[in-house]
Design a protein. Structure first.
Length: 477
């Protein structure tokens, strides 16, 4: 392990320390590389060589995608990363043309014009491509098997990180800048409290959501197959249950099922086959009944929405920021976690590159600026999750109910009007804030309503139906 250094030694190069070696941590390291001479990434796991599972990331087995807003942010931090993801096997899936989705208000049409896109791949591939891109250049070193035990400095300025290596010994890594990107399990609030920093407000909303995932072999010739999803209706009064099929690399499909309290899927293979047949439409169940499973069923329960309002802390210390899931962790159902991590890293990259890590007030400005992309994703998640039965952490108020009725109207309109699809996917892809949905064009579209009648079944093409043996239960409608 690289040891401590003397702050009085001006010959020592400028150093940043990043806590956490996942995608958020690697993007943070890339964001700082141009502003410092050396970045040390402190990671408690031993990171794998290639797209392989990581012990500290059990949720990696479930479906992951990164929205176009997140892709563009990642590209700003790591130019060329999009091409690397695609070259490694990630699928670029256009929206809405590459989606067969039953929303709470009906089936989305697959218009022949792309508005935005998502990248679909396994989390192992997503992380490994970022990791290889960052570590393939000089200036970034990973300290594997090393745990961050605390911060050094005081309430005014963070000066380093106390770490414990795999041999059990402690050391101090002095730093000119520190980033906590250690994910949902971040101990940043405790570390800051130990320095005398006032605690940040925090909010949590827990659906008791359970994820069940199984990987299947894709049918021969299934390249370009759409995402298929059956979503729940948060305001139906019933447990939220959903299922989706995400085409990933290697000729595989990841099938993920979710259920809130009283409606959760199990780890049983027979239950996995039966669960999606009991949803609002059986299309996912019908499709997978003809597929060959490649894995068993993986379960995950770490799905709580949690936000830490560090941007509101008075006297925020210099030289320290928190980003990614350590700042805000979302219900994975919306696929926004990696995208928000990329957007917060892009904020850090722009500010550190423009002003330098030793600029007075930089950390506070960065933490406040990160609140914008975090807030957009948070509002989207809260606007849905607060309505599920047995949710813990809050109940919908009058504002929530009024906004929900309006959003329902927009979603219903989007099922039959293309301009509304554009406006909604601007928001869901994290390229526009939720407030954009009250602009004049959107309001006019809401008044007009859908231009075309609702579809009576999933809009699968004849070719797609043939690939999955006719599974579709309703045709195009």
């Amino acid at each position: 392990m690289k040891g401590a250094r003397s702050t009085g030694d001006r010959s020592v190069r400028r150093r940043a320390v990043v806590i956490g070696g996942g995608s958020a941590g690697m993007l943070a390291a890339a964001a700082l590389r141009g502003a410092v001479d050396e970045v040390l990434v402190v990671e408690s796991d031993e990171l794998p060589d290639g797209p392989l599972p990581r012990k500290g990331l059990p949720q990696a087995r479930h479906a992951h995608m990164i929205w176009s807003g997140g892709v563009r942010a990642a590209e700003a931090v790591l130019p060329g990363i999009t091409d690397r993801w695609l070259a490694a096997g990630a699928n670029r899936i256009p929206t809405p043309t590459g989606m067969v989705a039953l929303t709470s208000q009906g089936w989305l049409r697959r218009w022949d014009r792309e508005t935005h896109f998502v990248l679909g791949c396994t989390r192992d591939l997503l992380d490994s491509v970022v990791r290889d891109h960052v570590l393939g250049r000089s200036g970034v070193t990973v300290l594997g098997g090393t745990r961050a035990e605390g911060l050094t400095g005081n309430a005014s300025r963070v000066t380093g990180v106390r770490v414990r290596g795999r041999d059990g010994r402690e050391a101090v890594l002095e730093a000119d800048f520190v980033v906590d990107a250690s994910g949902r399990a971040s101990r940043a609030p405790r570390h800051l409290e130990e320095l005398g920093v006032r605690p940040a407000a925090e909010r949590s909303l827990d659906l008791g959501l359970v994820y069940a995932t199984r990987v299947f072999r894709a049918p021969e010739g299934a390249e370009g197959f759409p995402i298929v999803s059956v979503q729940s209706d948060p305001r139906s009064g019933r447990p939220g249950q959903s299922a989706s099929i995400l085409p990933v690399e290697g000729g595989r499909w990841i099938v993920t099922q979710t259920g809130t309290r009283a409606g959760a899927p199990t780890g049983d293979a027979e239950d996995f086959a039966a669960f999606p047949r009991g949803l609002r439409h059986p299309v996912v169940g019908e499709i997978i009944s003809r597929l060959e499973p490649l894995t068993g069923v993986s379960l995950s329960r770490s799905t709580r929405n949690t936000r830490r309002y560090f941007e509101r802390v008075r006297g925020w210390p210099e030289r320290f920021v928190v980003l990614g899931d350590a700042l805000a962790a979302f219900n994975p159902l919306y696929g926004h976690g990696v995208s928000v991590a990329a957007q917060t890293a892009a904020v850090l990259c722009a500010e550190a590159g423009a002003h330098g890590v030793d600029a007075p007030g930089l950390a506070r400005r960065v933490q406040r600026a990160m609140a914008k992309p975090v807030g957009s994703a948070w509002d989207l998640a809260m606007g849905q999750d607060v309505f599920y039965p047995e949710v813990q952490g809050g109940a919908p108020g009058l504002r929530d109910r009024v906004l929900a009725r309006y959003v329902d109207r927009l979603v219903r309109t989007s099922c039959g009007r293309f301009s509304m699809v554009e406006d909604l996917t601007d928001v869901t892809s994290l390229q526009a804030p939720l407030t954009s949905l009250v602009g004049p064009r959107v309001l006019l579209g809401a008044v007009r309503g859908p231009r075309f009648p609702p579809l009576d079944g999933p809009p699968l093409t004849a070719r797609e139906l043939a690939l999955v043996g006719g599974g579709g239960g309703g045709g195009r409608g």
